[in-house]
Design a protein around this ligand. Structure first.
Ligand code: NDP
Ligand code: OXD
Length: 309
């Protein structure tokens, strides 16, 4: 009978008003004001305190407040019989694609460098490459990866993708599985990670992977910090094998003050803002799933706990 929001890292008033706007009668609670635990039947959460999800005896579904579900599946006390759903939203995909395309052009056209030069009144011309001469490799061809691939191909980039299962996408060759990983990597000048974090994908951005992409390639990680082996990235950039990286996600967030990424001249950092879930845009799917869960109907955007995404 009640939907509980569990999320401690932001102001939740936009969420409660967006949800109430769709269904004014909904019984909404915000953790830690849970009320009677037996009344909690649907939980919307982001980075919940470990172990608490087993405290609601009548829970019917758990929804991630974002696209990723690693924050849920990494809880050893997750009640495994409860279905998990996640956010799938065209606005989220659009924002992600815009962000990554912005980073790619900043890298190719050196906007940040010119801005630095301006501060010192340096008139210095850099060489650049245009899209048709650049191969972008996208790891993860799900909702976000596919949206990005289609937009990059429309601009004129050479785009390849990597997923678990085959896909047909116009002007984009998609490689699958570990057997085709090396071939996927071999042409890549810009490597974008949009994988979910799972047992198979953690630490995948490592020295071995980097050694298989084109010389002077650029790395963009907008997925999860645990995909990247931090020391390997620094070693490969300092060894002049990679030209640099843009990182939006980190093993520890906020990135600790003493982390070497902060001061690295070839690493560009953003605070996990590549794409943000807009409560107004996603409230209808959350309420729909709440109603479906109450009625025992199939849920939207169901996560496979076996696959981990
Ligand atoms: P999806 O679940 O839609 O897509 C995941 C893709 O990864 C699928 O194509 C899947 O293959 C592929 N994949 C999974 N495991 C493997 C593997 N072992 N080998 C090869 N391919 C694999 O996820 P989304 O696109 O919605 O989101 C991706 C991630 O982006 C999220 O999990 C989250 O971590 C991150 N994210 C980051 C944000 C930010 O602001 N920085 C915002 C939103 C999301 P297949 O298609 O064959 O199943
Ligand atoms: C998400 C995120 O997974 O914001 O939605 O990282």
């Amino acid at each position: 009978m009640a939907l509980l929001i569990i999320c401690n890292d932001r102001d939740l008033s936009p969420w409660t008003s967006a949800l109430r706007n769709i269904d004014p009668k909904i019984e909404l609670r915000v953790y830690p004001e849970e009320g009677n635990l037996e009344e909690i039947e649907f939980v919307l959460c982001w980075k919940h305190p470990r172990g608490i999800l087993k405290h609601y005896p009548n829970l019917k579904a758990i929804s991630s407040l974002g696209a990723g579900v690693d924050h849920l599946l990494s809880d050893p006390d997750l009640p495994l019989n409860i279905p998990i759903v996640r956010i799938v939203d065209p606005e989220l995909a659009h924002a992600m694609s815009e962000f990554v395309i912005g980073l790619i052009f900043n890298h190719l056209r050196a906007f940040t460098q010119y801005h630095e030069n301006q501060k010192q009144k340096i008139w210095d011309v850099n060489n650049f490459q245009i899209a048709p001469n650049v191969h972008v490799g996208i790891m993860g061809m799900g909702v976000l990866g596919q949206d990005l691939a289609i937009k990059l191909a429309a601009i004129g980039f050479k785009v390849v993708g990597w997923a678990q299962s085959p896909k047909e996408i116009k002007n984009v060759k998609v490689y699958t599985g570990s057997d085709e990983f090396d071939e996927f990597l071999s042409e890549t000048n810009i490597l974008v990670c949009l994988l979910p974090l799972t047992e198979k994908t953690k630490n995948i951005l490592n020295k071995e992977t980097f050694s298989k992409i084109q010389d002077q390639a650029y790395i963009i990680n907008v997925a999860r910090g645990n995909h990247l082996v931090d020391e390997d990235l620094i070693e490969m950039i300092d060894g002049n094998r990679l030209s640099g990286a843009s990182l939006d996600v980190f093993r520890i967030e906020p990135l600790p003050e003493n982390h070497p990424f902060w001061a690295h001249s070839k690493i560009n950092i953003t605070p996990h803002i590549a794409s943000l879930t807009n409560p107004i845009s996603v409230a209808p799917q959350i309420i729909e799933n709440y109603k479906r869960a109450m009625a025992g109907q199939p849920l939207l955007n169901l996560v496979s706990t076996k696959l981990g995404y």
